[in-house]
Design a protein around this ligand. Structure first.
Ligand code: ADP
Ligand code: MG
Length: 138
């Protein structure tokens, strides 16, 4: 069993598709073992995306990610990291496969509805950024 961090980004929450995203996770056997909703400030978003600090889109991305409430979940399942990234689709929705969340709902390369961890190491960092061990269902 593997765990990964999922975020429904401010655009997804604002557009009322929390339920739609969760439906796709559950129907793909990704079990939700932690969940919360909050609004990050700019500094918190910068800490979360520190790996992208040098990228030209860093300021815009962290501004966007702190612009409204987000839904944060820990997903558990077999190959959860790769499986969830497959369900999300490519970063750029124009390149995302048919039937993926980003293909169906993203409006912009930045405003692409969902976040997902990209490796076991990233997942550990990202889960611990938002949740302590008491908040994870065992
Ligand atoms: P992913 O979210 O698919 O793992 P990255 O980790 O590469 O993608 O990028 C993090 C986030 O930064 C993306 O989800 C997207 O919101 C934003 N982003 C990535 N590339 C660009 C870009 N070229 N222009 C604007 N925003 C971008
Ligand atoms: Mg990434």
């Amino acid at each position: 069993m593997e765990r990964t961090l999922s975020i429904i980004k401010p655009d997804g929450v604002a557009r009322g598709i929390i339920g739609e995203v969760i439906q796709r996770l559950e129907s793909n056997k990704l079990k939700i073992v932690a969940m919360k909703m909050l609004k990050m400030n700019k500094t918190q978003a910068e800490g979360f995306y520190a790996v992208h600090e040098a990228r030209p889109f860093f300021d815009s991305l962290t501004y966007f990610m702190s612009s409204g409430p987000i839904v944060i979940m820990v997903l558990e399942g077999e190959n959860a990291i790769a499986k969830y990234r497959e369900i999300m689709g490519a970063t750029d929705y124009k390149e995302a496969a048919e039937g993926t969340i980003r293909k169906d709902f993203a409006t912009d390369i930045e405003k692409n509805v969902v976040h997902g961890s990209d490796s076991p190491e990233t997942a550990i960092f990202e889960i611990s950024y938002f949740f302590n061990s008491f908040e994870l269902i065992h």
